[in-house]
Design a protein around this ligand. Structure first.
Ligand code: CO
Length: 202
Protein backbone atom coordinates (compact mmCIF):
# COMPACT_ATOMS: atom_id res chain seq x y z
CA UNK A 1 0.00 0.00 0.00
CA UNK A 2 2.73 2.44 1.00
CA UNK A 3 4.81 1.61 -2.07
CA UNK A 4 1.78 2.30 -4.23
CA UNK A 5 1.50 5.80 -2.75
CA UNK A 6 5.14 6.44 -3.54
CA UNK A 7 4.84 5.10 -7.07
CA UNK A 8 1.89 7.41 -7.60
CA UNK A 9 4.09 10.41 -6.80
CA UNK A 10 6.61 9.40 -9.43
CA UNK A 11 3.85 8.83 -11.97
CA UNK A 12 2.38 12.26 -11.12
CA UNK A 13 5.77 13.82 -11.69
CA UNK A 14 6.12 12.30 -15.14
CA UNK A 15 2.68 13.55 -16.14
CA UNK A 16 3.40 17.00 -14.72
CA UNK A 17 6.72 17.36 -16.55
CA UNK A 18 5.05 16.32 -19.80
CA UNK A 19 2.21 18.82 -19.29
CA UNK A 20 4.60 21.67 -18.57
CA UNK A 21 6.72 20.86 -21.59
CA UNK A 22 3.61 20.71 -23.76
CA UNK A 23 2.33 24.09 -22.51
CA UNK A 24 5.73 25.76 -22.52
CA UNK A 25 8.13 23.98 -24.86
CA UNK A 26 11.71 24.38 -23.68
CA UNK A 27 10.72 25.40 -20.13
CA UNK A 28 13.05 23.00 -18.34
CA UNK A 29 15.90 23.47 -20.79
CA UNK A 30 15.75 27.21 -20.16
CA UNK A 31 15.89 26.74 -16.37
CA UNK A 32 18.81 24.35 -16.61
CA UNK A 33 21.41 27.09 -16.69
CA UNK A 34 19.54 29.85 -14.96
CA UNK A 35 18.62 30.35 -11.31
CA UNK A 36 17.53 33.93 -10.69
CA UNK A 37 14.62 33.96 -8.22
CA UNK A 38 13.62 37.41 -6.98
CA UNK A 39 12.04 36.08 -3.80
CA UNK A 40 13.13 34.17 -0.73
CA UNK A 41 10.25 32.53 1.10
CA UNK A 42 10.59 31.59 4.76
CA UNK A 43 7.53 29.57 5.66
CA UNK A 44 6.17 26.81 7.84
CA UNK A 45 6.79 23.16 6.93
CA UNK A 46 3.02 22.56 7.16
CA UNK A 47 1.94 20.61 4.06
CA UNK A 48 -1.08 22.85 3.64
CA UNK A 49 1.13 25.85 2.91
CA UNK A 50 3.08 25.07 -0.28
CA UNK A 51 5.01 28.24 -1.16
CA UNK A 52 5.09 28.15 -4.97
CA UNK A 53 1.49 27.02 -5.41
CA UNK A 54 0.03 29.70 -3.13
CA UNK A 55 1.49 32.51 -5.16
CA UNK A 56 0.93 30.81 -8.51
CA UNK A 57 4.47 30.66 -9.78
CA UNK A 58 6.46 28.09 -11.72
CA UNK A 59 9.78 26.53 -10.69
CA UNK A 60 12.59 29.07 -10.79
CA UNK A 61 10.83 32.01 -9.16
CA UNK A 62 10.93 31.47 -5.39
CA UNK A 63 13.88 30.33 -3.30
CA UNK A 64 12.33 28.46 -0.38
CA UNK A 65 13.23 27.71 3.23
CA UNK A 66 10.67 26.07 5.47
CA UNK A 67 10.79 24.98 9.10
CA UNK A 68 8.34 24.38 11.92
CA UNK A 69 6.41 27.61 12.57
CA UNK A 70 8.57 29.69 10.18
CA UNK A 71 11.19 30.65 12.74
CA UNK A 72 14.04 33.07 12.06
CA UNK A 73 16.67 32.08 14.58
CA UNK A 74 20.03 33.71 14.04
CA UNK A 75 21.96 30.69 15.28
CA UNK A 76 20.19 28.33 12.84
CA UNK A 77 23.04 27.42 10.48
CA UNK A 78 20.62 26.04 7.92
CA UNK A 79 18.66 29.28 7.60
CA UNK A 80 21.83 31.40 7.80
CA UNK A 81 23.30 29.54 4.80
CA UNK A 82 20.04 29.99 2.89
CA UNK A 83 20.04 33.71 3.72
CA UNK A 84 23.64 34.20 2.71
CA UNK A 85 23.20 32.34 -0.55
CA UNK A 86 19.92 34.11 -1.36
CA UNK A 87 21.26 37.57 -0.59
CA UNK A 88 24.91 37.46 -1.62
CA UNK A 89 24.71 35.11 -4.58
CA UNK A 90 21.16 35.06 -5.92
CA UNK A 91 20.62 38.74 -5.02
CA UNK A 92 16.95 38.28 -4.16
CA UNK A 93 14.96 41.50 -3.85
CA UNK A 94 12.32 40.37 -1.38
CA UNK A 95 12.25 38.11 1.65
CA UNK A 96 8.79 36.98 2.66
CA UNK A 97 8.18 35.47 6.08
CA UNK A 98 4.90 33.63 5.71
CA UNK A 99 3.09 32.22 8.70
CA UNK A 100 -0.32 30.64 8.74
CA UNK A 101 -3.37 30.36 10.98
CA UNK A 102 -3.93 27.03 12.76
CA UNK A 103 -0.18 26.48 12.94
CA UNK A 104 0.45 23.28 14.91
CA UNK A 105 3.73 24.53 16.39
CA UNK A 106 2.19 27.74 17.71
CA UNK A 107 -0.81 25.84 19.04
CA UNK A 108 1.48 23.40 20.87
CA UNK A 109 3.19 26.32 22.61
CA UNK A 110 -0.14 27.89 23.60
CA UNK A 111 -1.32 24.59 25.05
CA UNK A 112 1.99 23.88 26.71
CA UNK A 113 2.38 20.66 24.75
CA UNK A 114 5.85 20.96 23.28
CA UNK A 115 8.50 18.48 24.28
CA UNK A 116 12.03 17.38 23.44
CA UNK A 117 13.75 19.33 20.68
CA UNK A 118 10.58 21.20 19.79
CA UNK A 119 10.77 22.77 23.23
CA UNK A 120 14.03 24.39 22.20
CA UNK A 121 13.01 25.19 18.67
CA UNK A 122 9.92 27.12 19.79
CA UNK A 123 11.55 28.99 22.68
CA UNK A 124 11.08 32.37 21.00
CA UNK A 125 7.39 31.66 20.53
CA UNK A 126 7.07 30.81 24.22
CA UNK A 127 8.77 34.03 25.12
CA UNK A 128 6.43 35.90 22.79
CA UNK A 129 3.41 34.29 24.44
CA UNK A 130 4.58 35.22 27.93
CA UNK A 131 5.15 38.82 26.89
CA UNK A 132 1.66 39.09 25.37
CA UNK A 133 -0.52 37.68 28.11
CA UNK A 134 -2.77 34.99 26.73
CA UNK A 135 -3.33 35.75 23.05
CA UNK A 136 -5.64 33.55 20.98
CA UNK A 137 -4.18 31.22 18.37
CA UNK A 138 -4.87 33.52 15.41
CA UNK A 139 -3.32 36.52 17.14
CA UNK A 140 -0.35 34.45 18.22
CA UNK A 141 0.26 33.24 14.64
CA UNK A 142 0.33 36.89 13.51
CA UNK A 143 2.58 38.00 16.38
CA UNK A 144 4.96 35.20 15.46
CA UNK A 145 5.31 36.48 11.89
CA UNK A 146 5.96 40.02 13.15
CA UNK A 147 8.65 38.74 15.49
CA UNK A 148 10.39 36.77 12.76
CA UNK A 149 10.42 39.77 10.41
CA UNK A 150 11.99 41.76 13.23
CA UNK A 151 14.60 39.04 13.77
CA UNK A 152 15.42 39.22 10.06
CA UNK A 153 15.79 42.99 10.22
CA UNK A 154 18.33 42.53 13.02
CA UNK A 155 20.24 39.81 11.18
CA UNK A 156 23.87 40.53 10.29
CA UNK A 157 23.61 39.23 6.72
CA UNK A 158 20.52 41.36 6.04
CA UNK A 159 22.08 44.43 7.66
CA UNK A 160 25.29 44.05 5.70
CA UNK A 161 23.29 43.86 2.47
CA UNK A 162 21.46 47.05 3.41
CA UNK A 163 24.65 48.86 4.32
CA UNK A 164 26.08 47.88 0.94
CA UNK A 165 23.08 49.39 -0.84
CA UNK A 166 21.43 46.12 -1.84
CA UNK A 167 17.72 46.90 -2.37
CA UNK A 168 16.26 44.24 -0.11
CA UNK A 169 12.70 44.30 1.19
CA UNK A 170 11.34 42.25 4.09
CA UNK A 171 7.67 41.31 4.28
CA UNK A 172 5.38 39.54 6.76
CA UNK A 173 2.40 37.60 5.43
CA UNK A 174 -0.10 35.22 6.94
CA UNK A 175 -1.97 32.48 5.13
CA UNK A 176 -5.39 31.17 5.93
CA UNK A 177 -5.62 27.41 5.43
CA UNK A 178 -9.42 27.70 5.54
CA UNK A 179 -9.78 29.85 2.40
CA UNK A 180 -6.43 29.75 0.65
CA UNK A 181 -5.82 33.48 0.93
CA UNK A 182 -2.71 35.39 1.96
CA UNK A 183 -2.79 38.60 3.95
CA UNK A 184 -0.04 41.19 4.15
CA UNK A 185 0.50 42.10 7.81
CA UNK A 186 1.84 45.53 6.84
CA UNK A 187 5.28 45.13 8.38
CA UNK A 188 7.28 45.48 5.16
CA UNK A 189 10.56 47.28 5.54
CA UNK A 190 13.58 48.26 3.52
CA UNK A 191 16.65 49.15 5.52
CA UNK A 192 17.82 51.54 2.85
CA UNK A 193 14.85 53.83 3.35
CA UNK A 194 15.37 53.81 7.09
CA UNK A 195 19.02 54.67 6.61
CA UNK A 196 18.19 57.41 4.14
CA UNK A 197 15.91 58.93 6.74
CA UNK A 198 18.70 58.84 9.29
CA UNK A 199 21.17 60.51 6.95
CA UNK A 200 18.74 63.36 6.40
CA UNK A 201 18.92 64.33 10.05
CA UNK A 202 21.37 67.12 10.86
CO1 CO B 1 2.72 25.80 10.89
Amino acid sequence: MTMKDIEQLLANNKAWAEDVEKDMPGFFRKLENQHKPKFLWIGCSDSRVPADQLVGVMPGEVFVHRNISNQVINTDINLMCVLQYAIDFLRVKHIIVCGHYNCGGIEAVLENQTSGLLDHWLENVKDLMERNGTPGLDEMCELNVRLQVRNLALNTIVRRAWSQGHPLFLHGWIYSVSNGLLRDLGVSRNGLENQTEKHKQP
